[in-house]
Write a protein that binds this ligand. Structure first.
Ligand SMILES: [Zn+2]
Length: 293
C-alpha cells in the first residue's frame, strides 16, 4: 500500500498535465484555467489533477449550451446538482477509471522520465488513484467511498440551523459527535472540523448536497452514455474523448434548463429519475473488485 501511496504523491505534482488536458478538451488557452481560481475553491476532488479535470467538466457544461438561446433563461444550467454531475462525471467516471489509467501512464512516463518504473502497470496507477484511505477529517481529501458521509453530516447540521433546532454555538460539539458516528474519527480542533469549508461563511447553505446528488447523477448519466457509445471504454483508453463530449453536449449540455426539474432531465437522459441504488451498486462493484472483497 505504501508504494501505491507514493504514486499519489508523485501524481499530485503534475499540474501541467491538467492544463494539457484542459486545452485539449476545451481548445481554450491554458491561462483561462488559471483565471478560474474561484472555481477551484469548491472542487470535491481528492487529488490536484482530478481537481483540474473536475473544473474542466464544469466548463464543458457551460460551453456546451445552445448558443441559439444564449441569454435566455432556458440556457441556464439545470441547477447545481446537474452542474456537479458534469464535473464529477469527467473526474470520477473518466479520470478515475481503469481505462483512463491505460491512456495516462504512457503520458506520465513521457513527461516524468524515471518517475514510473517499468514494473508499474496501469492497474497499479488505477489502484493508487482510487485508494480508500482511513477516514479523513477533511472533506476535499476524502475518497469517493466516504465522501458522501461528509456531505450527509453537513446537510444535517445546516438543516438543523435552518429549522432552528441547532444553534450556531452547538455546531462544534454536534460536528464532532457526527464525525465519530459516521466516520469513526474526531478532529483535534475546529480548523480540521466545522471551520474547514468556505461555504457557510460565504452564505452557501444547501450547496453541499449538490456534490453527492451530482455524484449519483454522474454515475447514472455515464451508464446511459456507455449504452449509447459501445466503444466508450476503448475510446477513453485511447484518449478519444470527443465521442463522450459530443454525447454530453447533445443530451445534457445544450438542453440547459429546458426541463423544469433535474429529475425531469434525468428521465429524458437516462430513462428514469435519479436512483441512488445505481450509485450504491457502482461503488460496491468498483471497490469490491479493487480491494478483492
Ligand atoms: Zn464542482
Amino acid at each position: 500500500m505504501k508504494s501505491l501511496l507514493k504514486y499519489v504523491d508523485t501524481f499530485s505534482t503534475i499540474r501541467n498535465i491538467n492544463f494539457w488536458l484542459y486545452v485539449r478538451y476545451t481548445r481554450r488557452p491554458a491561462s483561462y484555467l488559471l483565471q478560474q481560481q474561484s472555481l477551484l475553491v469548491h472542487s470535491a476532488a481528492p487529488c490536484p489533477p482530478c481537481s483540474a479535470i473536475h473544473e474542466c467538466g464544469h466548463s464543458l457544461y457551460e460551453q456546451g449550451r445552445n448558443l441559439e438561446y444564449d441569454g435566455l433563461p432556458v440556457s441556464n444550467s439545470a441547477g447545481m446538482a446537474i452542474h456537479e454531475s458534469q464535473s464529477l462525471l469527467w473526474e470520477r467516471q473518466v479520470a478515475l477509471s481503469r481505462a483512463f489509467s491505460d491512456y495516462l501512464l504512457p503520458k506520465l512516463r513521457e513527461a516524468f522520465p524515471g518517475a514510473f518504473p517499468d514494473g508499474k502497470t496501469a492497474e497499479d496507477l488505477y489502484a493508487a488513484l482510487n485508494v480508500v484511505r482511513s477516514p479523513s477529517f477533511i472533506r476535499v481529501e476524502a475518497d469517493e467511498v466516504s465522501y458522501a458521509m461528509h456531505i450527509i453530516l453537513r446537510f444535517e447540521v445546516e438543516r438543523g440551523l435552518i429549522e432552528g433546532t441547532v444553534q450556531v454555538d452547538d455546531i462544534p460539539a454536534l460536528w464532532n459527535s457526527k464525525m465519530k458516528e459516521y466516520l469513526g474519527v474526531v478532529p483535534e480542533d475546529d480548523a480540521q472540523g466545522c471551520l474547514q469549508d468556505v461555504h457557510w461563511s460565504a452564505g452557501l447553505f444547501g450547496y453541499f448536497p449538490t456534490y453527492t446528488l451530482g455524484a449519483m447523477c454522474a454515475v447514472q448519466i455515464f451508464d446511459a452514455a456507455k449504452a449509447a457509445i459501445p466503444s466508450l471504454e476503448d475510446d477513453i483508453a485511447a484518449g478519444r474523448f470527443a465521442p463522450l463530449k459530443s454525447w454530453l453536449n447533445e443530451h445534457v449540455h445544450k438542453l440547459g434548463s429546458l426541463y423544469p426539474t433535474a429529475d425531469d432531465l434525468m428521465v429524458a437522459v437516462t430513462g428514469k429519475p435519479l436512483d441512488p441504488q445505481i450509485f450504491l451498486n457502482y461503488l460496491k462493484a468498483k471497490y469490491t473488485e479493487l480491494y478483492k472483497l
